[in-house]
Write a protein that binds this ligand. Structure first.
Ligand code: GRF
Length: 190
């Protein structure tokens, strides 16, 4: 039986796209559901174009009851990936997918994480702090932002010439390169 992944994404979905394309080579793992809270997120159009079911959630739908868990059970979801999802994941999912749910963060945690640390906020803070390196972190998800144990990190060197945008570009290219590979490994051994 192939393992089924759900990806939460609410932005461009460039990581989700890379993961889907990478996993196309692995018949044992299928991206079976894309969950988003943003009706105009690009990721939804991309998923539809690839024939992957999508689920649009509201805060009410996510936190008021445990329907999301029922939906995940209907899709037989084995593993959950957060790739650009800014809301906290409901407790019912955190518990049900303990050690089977990872997030990607665009900095070297534990630095530059926590509430409000997303997108360009992260890269501006890295620049302002005069960091000599940044990078990406993949970590397990718990009930707090960017707090679960770290699974994998990859760093890139920064120079004085780097801007928040160039830092963002460097980090995103690391994400695209390593996130699909790590997901493939984690899901395979889960
Ligand atoms: C990535 O930088 C990731 O680290 C963060 O959100 C961004 C998502 O980018 N959690 P994309 O939508 O995959 O392009």
């Amino acid at each position: 039986m192939p393992k089924n992944i759900a990806i939460f994404a609410s932005g461009t979905g460039s990581n989700a796209k890379k993961i889907i394309e990478y996993l196309n080579q692995n018949a044992r793992i299928t991206v079976s559901l894309i969950v988003s809270n943003n009706p105009s997120a690009k990721v939804l159009g991309m998923a539809k174009g690839k024939g992957i079911p999508t689920l649009l959630v509201t805060r009410k739908k996510l936190y008021e009851n445990e329907d999301i868990l029922k939906i995940f059970n209907e899709y037989s979801i084995d593993y959950v990936v957060l790739a650009g999802f800014l809301w906290l994941v409901p407790m019912c999912l955190v518990k049900a997918y303990e050690n089977r749910m990872v997030n990607i963060h665009p900095a070297l945690l534990p630095k530059f994480g926590g509430k409000g640390m997303y997108g360009m906020n992260v890269h501006k803070a890295v620049k302002e702090a005069g960091e000599k390196e940044s990078g990406m972190t993949i970590h397990y998800v718990n009930e707090q932002y960017d707090d679960g144990s770290i699974v994998f990190q990859k760093s890139c060197t920064l120079t004085d010439d780097d801007t928040p945008q160039s830092i963002a570009d460097k980090v995103l290219s690391l994400e695209h390169r390593y996130f699909p590979i790590i997901i493939n490994k984690l899901v395979s051994i889960s």
